[in-house]
Design a binder for this molecule. Structure first.
Ligand SMILES: Cc1cc2nc3c(=O)[nH]c(=O)nc-3n(C[C@H](O)[C@H](O)[C@H](O)COP(=O)(O)OP(=O)(O)OC[C@H]3O[C@@H](n4cnc5c(N)ncnc54)[C@H](O)[C@@H]3O)c2cc1C
Length: 378
């Protein structure tokens, strides 16, 4: 039996990032993934993910994002691909909405460049939007999008080049602590290692062995072909955007990606509980109709729905991540519960997991994500 320094379970966004950082540090890494690289059954598919710094969720994320941006550049250079595209972003809503007030709070607290636009200013600058007269927008230049499938592939490739042993089609059936190390099992084999990184995405409730409340939800990504062509939605002209209604409902979207004729939009939350192994992958007419009605009101050029796919969220009760050492086993690190907003942190999460596995601690402030925090308790 080969001995490894670290076993990584789950090679989606966070696990493949951890494997890459660990391999780059010269560790003997085994990665185990139940499906193929960059598959579409978890949380890391659908062409684009939003990235932004004026973080409406909490100002504590801002320094982490400031660390993540250069890591995105570095990964893109290594992969000879553009993984991060800065397009500018608008957060739209009433002045006291979470989207506007929350992003403003982060921007002001951290001195991030931003502009406030009233409804007229927003309509003039970005004519695709139809805001109400009482709505405003915070514009942030450094917002944009990253590419999920290309990111996972780039991380898998870099880790493999640096010597990691990454195996696909290998579901992990269980793990246990063995003195100071771990033993990880698949149907056919067992592996011993000094450290275990658990990054199982929507399968976390089964694999973490922690008394924490995680909810898996099915979400939908929709694509529309803009009436009158994609030009007004092109990268360089159109920002990424989040739009919050007075009842707290949020919808968001992207420019047309280079070479594409469609535009992607989604509701941030539609709480449909899901079992990751039995997800209803069919998008139903009433789900399309709900988005049609919303687009007619907010971006009327998006009238022609073309396709939709499902994707999974793993939510924590406070919507903050679970990232740190396993409270019971210091030789195990966990990365889960990214609550629908984790992708933009991918290269940094891998660095943090590599810090935890090698040093036992990380210089990044991850106290908000403590796996033992009371807010997570079931
Ligand atoms: C519709 C949608 C929109 C989103 N939009 C954004 C956005 O705009 N910006 C943003 O920052 N974030 C966004 N997110 C969230 C972000 O994509 C996720 O937080 C991130 O992808 C989670 O990565 P992960 O590595 O935890 O999960 P995954 O990438 O799903 O990886 C987990 C992996 O573990 C594997 N695995 C699980 N159990 C086992 C096992 N027993 N054995 C072997 N392998 C196993 C799975 O097969 C999977 O490959 C969005 C998510 C969705 C679904």
């Amino acid at each position: 039996m080969t001995a490894y320094d670290v076993v990584v379970v789950g090679l989606g966004a966070m696990g493949s990032s951890a494997a890459r950082h660990l391999a780059a540090r010269g560790l003997r890494v085994l990665g185990l993934e139940q499906f193929t690289p960059a598959h579409d059954r978890g949380s890391s598919h659908g062409d684009s993910r939003m990235i932004r710094q004026a973080y409406l969720e909490h100002p504590s994320y801002v320094p982490l994002l400031q660390h993540a941006y250069p890591l995105w550049e570095e990964l893109g250079e290594r992969a000879h691909q553009r993984l991060l595209t800065e397009t500018g972003g608008v957060m739209i809503g009433r002045p006291d909405s979470g989207a506007v007030a929350g992003s403003r709070r982060s921007a002001e607290q951290w001195g991030l460049p931003h502009e406030l636009l009233d409804a007229t200013g927003l309509r003039e600058r970005f004519p695709t939007f139809s805001p109400g007269d009482d709505e405003v927008a915070l514009y942030e230049e450094r917002a944009g999008f990253v590419r999920p499938e290309a990111t996972v592939r780039a991380q898998v490739e870099a880790a493999t080049e640096d010597g990691a042993d990454l195996r696909f089609g290998e579901p992990v059936t269980g793990w246990r602590a063995t003195g100071s190390g771990v033993r990880v099992s698949t149907a056919a084999e067992s592996f011993d290692a000094g450290h275990l990184v658990l990054a199982p995405g929507a399968w976390a409730p089964r694999l973490l062995d922690l008394p924490i409340a995680l909810t898996v939800e099915r979400q939908i990504l929709h694509w529309y072909a803009p009436t009158g062509g994609t030009e007004p939605f092109a990268v360089g002209r159109h920002p990424v955007w989040i739009w919050e209604d007075p009842d707290g409902d949020e919808v968001y979207g992207f420019p047309a990606l280079p070479g594409e004729t469609e535009v992607k939009v989604a509701f941030f939350r539609r709480p449909v509980p899901a079992d990751p192994d039995h997800v209803d992958r069919v998008v139903h007419p009433e789900e399309v109709a709900e988005m049609d009605v919303t687009m007619r009101r907010k971006l009327p050029a998006l009238a022609q729905h073309t396709r939709a796919v499902t994707c999974l969220y793993t939510l924590t009760p406070d919507s903050h991540f679970v990232l740190g050492r396993h409270p019971e086993y210091p030789q195990v690190s966990v990365a889960a519960g990214f609550s629908g907003h984790g992708f933009k942190f991918t290269p940094l999460v891998g660095e943090i997991l590599a810090d935890l596995a090698t040093e036992g601690t990380t210089p990044h402030d991850v106290s908000l994500f403590d796996p033992a925090r009371p807010a997570l308790r079931r």
